[in-house]
Design a protein around this ligand. Structure first.
Ligand code: KG4
Ligand code: ZN
Length: 347
């Protein structure tokens, strides 16, 4: 089956063509157009994002089809939730018109289920069963994945998403948007120890029966970084301490994520951990996971930076899974700002 994927949930206009069956899928093309305009505002401006998607969507899809060297596809899959509704609507409307004009089925895909499939495009072994940590700009989900389409939600953030925390701390430190890669680069050039922030929601005596055993929270960590920035500014040390603060923030966030992911892998006895979402592009996080669980024989899979951030290949990949099971949407498919990931099984 050959599937066209479309992703417009935030500030990337993306289209991709995938071909294959089951877990044997080849990426024929992937086009990602990032909307640089939001850098001026230090964050994504929804109305501007929608307009930019509208300008870009037709040429981006045409380029993806041309790069794949194909005229026809068997189906089209588009992100329809969660995300910015106006932005999602552009991709959903285009996908429906495309499907109607060509007489092929259309399918709405959940953005986070897309992130779950991204790593499998590059690593044949990044398939269930595994423990999944999805860390993006809007979501932080810890899942046990016993099979594609069967997800046990173990933990989530109670406030800011991991990527959002990176972006906010970057802003405090005077770094450009999106801040994750800038914080990582700055942190990498500094030793830990000058500053230390408490590990959020992490206590050694937590048990699986505790409601915060798997959940995370990053707003307190953000406040700790804010206080450090304020003191450093008051003492005219911010330029000297910027890197040390970035390092302390990242150390704390990573240790929490590593520990909670390890708990999930242990409880369900999984030998594989799959990372997804923009923050999975953080090499320090991936290395910390490898250092911690590699010696115990647990394999860590993370997508390349290109597939970690928002892209249509992961949407086509998740779409292909559902389409092969005979699932598709009607032409009244709509976009939703929030929606639980499909396939949740009781915890
Ligand atoms: O998954 P994604 O592309 O978009 C959403 O679905 O939200 O994730 C974007 C987020 C941003 O918050 C960005 O700062 C973060 O991923 N990010 C990183 C890194 N690269 C991107 N965070 C930490 N370290 C990175 N290297
Ligand atoms: Zn995303």
């Amino acid at each position: 089956m050959r599937v066209l994927g479309i992703e417009t949930s935030c500030d990337e206009t993306s289209a991709a063509v995938l071909e294959g069956t089951g877990d044997d899928v080849a990426m024929k093309s992937l086009v990602i157009l990032s909307q640089d305009v939001h850098r001026i505002f230090g964050g994504v401006v929804p109305e501007i994002a929608s307009r930019a998607h509208l300008t870009a969507i037709a040429p981006v899809v045409e380029r993806a089809l041309a790069d794949a060297g194909v005229g026809d596809v068997d189906a089209v899959a588009a992100t329809n939730a969660p995300g910015l509704v106006g932005a999602l609507l552009v991709g959903v409307s285009y996908a429906k018109a495309f499907a109607f004009a060509r007489g092929v089925p259309v399918l709405g895909v959940h953005h986070m289920e897309g992130h779950l499939f991204a790593t499998a495009l590059e690593h044949a072994d990044a398939v269930p069963p595994f423990t999944a940590l999805l860390v993006s700009g809007g979501h932080t989900l810890l899942l046990d994945v016993e099979a594609w389409g069967r997800y046990r939600l173990l933990g989530r953030t109670r406030d800011d998403a991991a990527g959002e925390a990176f972006d906010k701390v970057a802003k405090l430190l005077g770094l450009p948007y999106p801040g994750g890669p800038h914080v990582e680069r700055l942190a990498a050039a500094h030793e830990s120890g000058e500053y230390r922030f408490a590990r959020p929601m992490l206590r050694r005596n937590q048990t699986p029966a505790d409601p915060d055993y798997y959940d995370v929270s990053f707003s307190g960590l953000k406040t700790a970084a804010l206080n450090a920035v304020k003191s450093a500014t008051a003492e005219s040390r911010l330029d000297a301490d910027r890197g040390a603060i970035a390092r302390a923030f990242q150390d704390s966030l990573i240790e929490t994520l590593v520990e909670k992911t390890g708990r999930a892998a242990r409880q369900f006895d999984r030998g594989r951990i799959v990372l997804g979402g923009g923050v999975a592009g953080n090499a320090t996080l991936v290395e910390a996971m490898r250092a911690r669980f590699g010696p115990r024989g647990v394999q860590i899979f993370a997508p390349s930076a290109r597939l970690a951030t928002d892209n249509a290949a992961m949407i086509a990949r998740a779409g292909l899974f559902h389409l092969e099971r005979g699932e598709f949407s009607a032409l009244d498919l709509n976009a939703f700002a929030a929606q639980p990931i499909p396939g949740l099984v009781a915890a």
